[in-house]
Design a protein around this ligand. Structure first.
Ligand code: ADP
Ligand code: MG
Length: 508
């Protein structure tokens, strides 16, 4: 069906178009800090919103709440979860350390509520030459530090603006609005509200046994505007994506945030005797700890950072996410959940129809342990690696091993440690061409798109009850086909939005 994409701009229009993009981005916060952190540059973006299967897009949005529910179940089946990570933890220090933090903090973990801003990532599985046969297949499910919600909302707005500024490419397909920024901020606001309710109940319960004036004063201070604590990387360049959420929290919900790194926690956070967290120096109570760091080993260069994580985790504050919830997003857990019998056992609340739809988004994922399935995985990894990607238990891009590099890599590490990896079938995206503007320079070429759908969740740990479960907007990342990884911040990919195409006759 391929339409003429990307559209050809009339002669001498390109210059105006590029200027529109750069200035729109700078005016509206579609930016990042540059590497030396001194000023803002426009985020890398596509010139045009990429055509995307309407049915695939809509299905990915529709199924988000089911994925939220599934991972809620995974994150609350502690024994099951840790059991599946045991082998990986033997060979992967980072996984082992997160488990250790979870266990150490558990005794003091007095908060009733756990929160999550999550993202499920998909690539359309299509034929080599067109958008046909376009079913979304899950790349991974992220339960920690999901990024680009705010900037993705801005890109959709920018493409909408450009469609007015240059009429040359309008009329191909609908550019859907993206509410990720508002939705993610609302998710945090709901956690903040949940904390206040839980705290009032907690204090009323404990108040009955105490009448001291000091505690009365404490009771009063709870309503004195608790804050959200953003935990960020000290050298973060993707600052606007986070700041926009902070600004939205103030504007729409009257909630203030403070941002610090894990290393700064001892300086800026005080824990009270009853395990509440106070921001120092403002003295304001911390309702929600929102992690935009802490997902990679490099976020914990010393014990100071690990101790900080443990302290935040063992408190009343709603952790978004808890260490256990972060672990539920491990690649190993994603692999285990592709088995229908495991999935239905762990998430009995999902209807059989819903399970069918979840299963449709999975490609084959093999363990690399010495189970019979693992033997099969090892066979493919060593003998027929071309259609596979090997993944360790890591987040953040740049960690995977692809195709023919897999055997050599495996041979370079001890066989016992293979169990810490999973082997995933490669999803074959349809090939499409687009133009990318990065640091003021245009690049053209075949691109691959990855759709992310955000979800917001919160549950009561005491009753294993989901109190919030929402789909929260989307993200399209686009990378030139010759780069394996799609990390925008890492410099491989760019932000995009969507033109919905279809229904086409073979669109299912
Ligand atoms: P990370 O946690 O590092 O983001 P991902 O599983 O998302 O790890 O993999 C990183 C990138 O590798 C993805 O954004 C995608 O571009 C590519 N990738 C991962 N799995 C697949 C797959 N099964 N098929 C095709 N590409 C994949
Ligand atoms: Mg990813």
């Amino acid at each position: 069906m391929l339409m003429h994409f990307p559209p050809q701009l009339p002669d001498r229009m390109e210059r105006f178009y590029v200027q529109y993009i750069e200035d729109w981005a700078l005016c509206n916060g579609l930016c990042m800090r540059d590497i030396d952190n001194s000023h803002a540059v426009h985020a890398p973006v596509t010139m045009f919103p990429t055509p995307f299967s309407k049915s695939g897009f809509e299905e990915a949005l529709r199924i988000q709440c089911a994925f939220n529910e599934l991972y809620f179940h995974a994150a609350t089946h502690e024994e099951w979860l840790l059991g599946h990570l045991e082998e990986a933890a033997k060979h992967d220090d980072f996984t082992a350390k997160l488990i250790q933090i979870h266990k150490a903090a558990k005794a003091g973990q007095t908060q009733r509520l756990t929160g999550g801003l999550w993202r499920s990532d998909y690539i359309v599985n299509g034929s080599r030459t067109s958008l046909e046969g376009r079913q979304v297949k899950q790349v991974e499910f992220n339960t920690v530090s999901v990024s680009f919600g705010a900037l993705a909302s801005k890109v959709a707005d920018m493409h909408e603006f450009l469609s007015h500024a240059s009429r040359s490419w309008t009329g191909h397909g609908e550019v859907p609005q993206n509410t990720a920024l508002k939705d993610l901020a609302r998710g945090l606001a709901n956690m903040h509200a949940g904390y206040k309710v839980a705290e009032i109940q907690h204090r009323q319960a404990t108040h009955k046994t105490s009448t001291s004036a000091v505690e009365d004063e404490d009771d009063a201070s709870i309503m004195d505007d608790p804050v959200v604590l953003f935990i960020v990387q000290p050298d973060e360049t993707n600052v606007m994506d986070q700041r926009l959420i902070e600004f939205e929290l103030v504007k729409e919900h009257d909630i203030v945030s403070y941002r610090i790194s894990l290393a700064e926690v001892p300086d800026f956070v005080v824990r009270t005797n009853d395990n509440r967290l106070l921001h120092n120096p403002s003295g304001r109570e911390i309702a929600v700890v929102y992690y935009r760091a802490g997902y990679a080993p490099s976020d914990y260069p010393t014990d100071v950072e690990w101790n900080a994580r443990e302290m935040l985790e063992s408190s009343h504050a709603v952790n978004c996410p808890s260490a256990l919830t972060q672990l539920a997003g491990a690649k190993k857990i994603q692999q285990v959940l592709t088995d229908r019998s495991v999935l239905t056992k762990i998430a009995p609340s999902l209807s059989s129809d819903t399970v069918d739809r979840l299963m449709k988004t999975f490609v084959k994922i093999y363990p690399m342990d010495d189970s019979p399935e693992g033997e099969q995985g090892r066979y493919y990894a060593l003998r027929e690696p071309d259609h596979f990607v090997l993944k360790p238990q890591r987040e953040g891009g740049g960690n995977n091993i692809y195709g023919e590099d897999i055997p050599e890599f495996l041979q370079s590490i001890p066989t016992e440690s293979w169990a810490a990896y999973i082997l995933m079938e490669l999803i074959e995206p349809p090939k499409i061409t687009n133009r990318i503007l990065r640091a003021g320079k245009l690049q053209s070429g075949r691109v691959v798109n990855e759709l992310g759908v955000f979800g917001t969740v919160m549950w009561d740990r005491n009753h294993n009850e989901l109190l919030m479960n929402e789909q929260a907007g989307w993200l399209l990342r686009t990378k030139l086909q010759d780069s394996h990884e799609g990390g925008v911040a890492a410099g491989f990919g760019c932000l995009d939005s969507i033109q919905l195409m279809g229904p086409l006759k073979d669109d299912n």
